[in-house]
Design a protein around this ligand. Structure first.
Ligand SMILES: [Zn+2]
Length: 238
């Protein structure tokens, strides 16, 4: 691993831990495509990949490296795609942004996992990896969704965007916050600007800043947020 990549992994881990109280006592595993070249073909053009049991999928590799510390949040970041998509000076911010995006999937993952019809064996690490990279492709491509008649935001529901807004407000540096809004909200998913979602949640973002994000997601969102989501999608919030 290059110094730049090792530094990006290290900084991303610190940013996530400092920003998300939900991760207290939870191991963070950030794997990269460069580190695991065999994963590249599965990841395709995506910047990152997440699954509710991605940690188990990586467990054998982590144990071999002496890095396994129990169940936790795990993601695979496609650093090659980030390097070719963003200017060199934005590599770190984009790397962190991908990790925060995948963390929002983790924060909302219990429902995601419970709604999967196909589930691989929990003990088959290779099968789990293939499962995740395959399903992530389906869950995370706005253009593929559009082509198949689904909403572009499929896989990124209201709670995902609510978690995104909370996490963004807790990120330590402006450059991370700007990148976050650029990458996650609005246009790619056929929704309103991310700033409209931030405004709709404004009081909650300030008042509940110290709370675990999962606890916030369990509560009723502000009416302005529900109204905005309904206006964008024609749907209520589950
Ligand atoms: Zn996603």
């Amino acid at each position: 691993m290059t110094n730049e990549l090792a530094q990006a992994v290290d900084i991303a881990e610190h940013v996530l831990r400092d920003s998300c109280v939900d991760l207290i006592d939870t191991p963070i595993y950030i794997a990269t495509a460069t580190e695991h070249p065999g994963l590249l073909s599965w990841l395709g053009g995506f910047g990152g990949c997440f699954g509710a049991t991605m940690d188990l999928a990586l467990r054998e590799k982590l144990e071999a490296a002496g890095e396994w510390a129990g169940r936790g949040f795990a993601t695979i970041v496609n650093d090659d795609v980030i390097r070719t998509t963003y200017p060199a000076g934005d590599f770190l911010a984009a790397f962190v942004a991908v990790c925060t995006h995948e963390l929002c999937h983790w924060l909302t993952s219990e429902k995601w996992w419970s709604t999967r019809r196909r589930k691989p064996s929990m003990s088959d690490a290779t099968g789990l990896l293939q499962f995740y990279t395959a399903t992530h492709r389906l869950d995370d491509s706005p253009t593929e969704h559009e082509a198949s008649g689904k909403p572009k935001w499929t896989g990124h529901d209201a709670q995902f965007h609510r978690a995104s807004c909370h996490l963004r407000e807790r990120l330590p540096e402006p450059r991370f916050r700007i990148m976050f809004a650029t990458m996650f909200g609005g246009t790619p998913y056929g929704l309103s600007s991310p700033y409209r979602y931030l405004r709709a949640l404004e009081s909650e973002l300030v008042d509940r800043r110290g709370e675990p994000i999962r606890d916030i997601l369990d509560s009723e969102p502000p009416a302005a947020f529900t109204t905005l989501w309904a206006a964008d999608t024609g749907q209520g919030i589950e």
